[in-house]
Write a protein that binds this ligand. Structure first.
Ligand code: SF4
Ligand code: SF4
Length: 157
């Protein structure tokens, strides 16, 4: 009788240990799943931040000395301003429509999020110079110094 009681007690302890182990395993799996979800959410959020929408478009070095002005005609909000050597985009007027990028024959225009490192200074230059010079909305003759894209690239500019 006593022996049977001891066996029953041992069975109970073994069962409880198994249940406890299963519970630990389950809670471990839940914790792992929650951590995975948090990691996934953070990755998605970082991806979203890295691909944020452009805030403005920027005219860069290739325009300098060219001014073909094809870009100004397609701008729906007259965001371009004309200086003596190049045009500039006013970041406060630009609505990020992307229409001007394809028009530029010398690939001078970028969305700010795609701006190459070597042209970063043009972000501020466009913002400043667009305040200084008047709006241009009609195409005019290019400058006599205008070069083709191939010529610009051959010169390493
Ligand atoms: S089309 Fe290109 S080169 Fe011509 S004015 Fe616009 S940005 Fe400058
Ligand atoms: S992106 Fe659109 S709104 Fe901005 S300067 Fe170019 S054409 Fe104008």
């Amino acid at each position: 009788m006593v022996v049977r009681g001891v066996y029953a007690l041992m069975d109970l302890i073994t069962q409880s240990t198994r249940t406890l182990s299963s519970f630990n395993l389950l809670s471990e799996q839940i914790r792992f799943s929650i951590n995975s979800l948090i990691l996934f959410r953070n990755k998605q959020f970082n991806f979203f931040l890295s691909r944020r929408l452009p805030m403005t478009y920027v005219v860069t070095a290739h325009c300098n000395g060219c001014k073909y002005t094809d870009c100004v005609e397609v701008c729906p909000v007259e965001a371009f301003h004309e200086g003596p050597e190049m045009v500039y985009i006013n970041p406060e007027s630009c609505i990020d429509c992307n229409a001007c990028v394809e028009e530029c024959p010398v690939e001078a225009i970028y969305a700010d999020v795609d701006l190459p490192e070597k042209y970063q200074e043009y972000l501020e230059i466009n913002a400043d110079k667009s305040q200084e010079f008047p709006v241009i909305s009609e195409k005019s003759d290019p400058l006599p110094t205008a070069r083709t894209l191939d010529e610009i690239k051959a010169a390493g500019d």
